[in-house]
Design a protein around this ligand. Structure first.
Ligand code: EPS
Length: 346
């Protein structure tokens, strides 16, 4: 089983991830992790924090001479803005954030105790984990990419950018929709036998758990609701040179919780960031009087970053499903098993 755990607060000393289950013999290049961390920090509409941080990973364990050992891989990303002990207490929860539910749940008097961990800063650690997984998937020619499809109801790049500029000018925020694509995924990852083995369910959870994500769909997604079955299911064909294939991919590469060999296509919707410079009505948790929500430094739009984080989540789930099917210990053995499988089904 592949698993990971992250630790770290937004303004704590740093972010840590421990990734267990990566097989031995994978060349691990820290530059590739840093490349993904940089992608996560970029994107139009990101806030001032991204000018402070220069996210870089330190690989603390699990490798020797640049290759994985099969032991847990510990990853560290330091926070340049390490200020958690000095930051002022917060008492007016932001609608849309974890603030109010968090303080009530824990009995905290300071909302900062919640937001420090609820912040999307934690996703830097997830991206580092995903980058390691991407290196493994690369060995099997599985490629994961993403693109932003819509921002604030607009679809062309110029109009999307204009929307973000408008939001900035209005001291507001804006969300959108992005797509994640996984190409080269073999047929047979995931399983229909139990709910928690279904590949689409696992991928959904990895993306739905990114702060701000409110909807996830595969292929046609909500579009299935508008068509007859005959107009949505992907008819099956066979050709000697390429085996079974489809002319359409409405299923988004997954049928019955198993990859079907077509590209996996996921769409997700991110709500506008909850921290508003022109804040909404709220209530002071100390005196219960009406007050405006707290204003914190934040982003105007982070949809592009969310897409990079979703790539990382998908990379983790696909790596887990790949290892589940083809073996877990040594990369060479896994490759052999993969080759035999492809031969058998061809
Ligand atoms: C983020 C770091 C945070 C925010 C943002 C994402 O930094 P700070 O709070 O110091 O400005 O910019 O967090 C949120 C959107 C959120 O909801 O908390 C990051 O590294 O991605």
């Amino acid at each position: 089983m592949l698993r990971y755990l992250t630790a770290g607060e937004s303004h704590g000393a740093g972010l840590v991830a421990i990734l267990e289950g990566i097989p031995a013999g994978l060349k691990l290049d820290a530059n590739k992790i840093n490349y993904e961390l940089k992608r996560r920090q970029a994107g139009y509409g990101r806030g001032k924090r991204m000018q402070i941080e220069k996210d870089k990973v330190e690989v603390l364990s699990g490798i020797k001479k640049g290759s994985t050992l099969g032991s847990p891989i510990a990853l560290l990303i330091e926070n340049k803005d390490f200020s958690i002990e000095k930051l002022p207490a917060i008492s007016c929860p932001r609608p849309g954030h974890a603030d109010l539910s968090g303080v009530l749940k824990y009995g905290f008097k300071d909302i900062r105790n919640v937001l420090e961990r609820a912040s999307a800063r934690e996703t830097a650690a997830r991206v580092a984990v995903g980058a390691v997984c991407k290196m493994l998937l690369d060995e099997f020619k599985i490629k994961i990419s993403s693109k932003v499809l819509l921002i604030g109801g607009e679809c062309s790049p110029q109009a999307m950018m204009k929307r973000i500029i408008q939001a900035q000018a209005k001291k507001d925020t804006v969300g959108g929709i992005f797509e994640v694509e996984a190409a080269g995924v073999p047929v047979g990852l995931g399983n229909y036998t139990s709910a928690d083995k279904r590949l689409d369910a696992r991928l959904s959870a990895s993306i739905m758990s990114i702060p701000g994500i409110k909807a996830v769909g595969f292929g046609l997604g909500f579009g299935y609701a508008h068509r007859f079955g005959s107009a949505c299911h992907d008819a099956i064909y066979y050709a000697k040179n390429k085996g079974y294939f489809r002319k359409t991919n409405n299923a988004g590469g997954i049928e019955g919780g198993i990859s079907n060999g077509e590209d996996i296509i996921i769409h997700a919707c991110m709500k506008p960031i909850a921290t508003l410079l022109k804040p909404l009505d709220s209530v002071n948790i100390n005196n219960k009087k009406s007050a405006k929500a707290t204003v914190e430094r934040s982003d105007t739009c982070a949809v592009e970053s969310a897409a990079v984080i979703a790539e990382a989540g998908a990379a983790f789930v696909l790596t887990d499903a790949l290892l589940e099917k083809f073996g877990t210990d040594a990369l060479d053995d896994i490759k052999l098993s993969y080759k035999n499988y492809l031969k058998k089904i061809s």
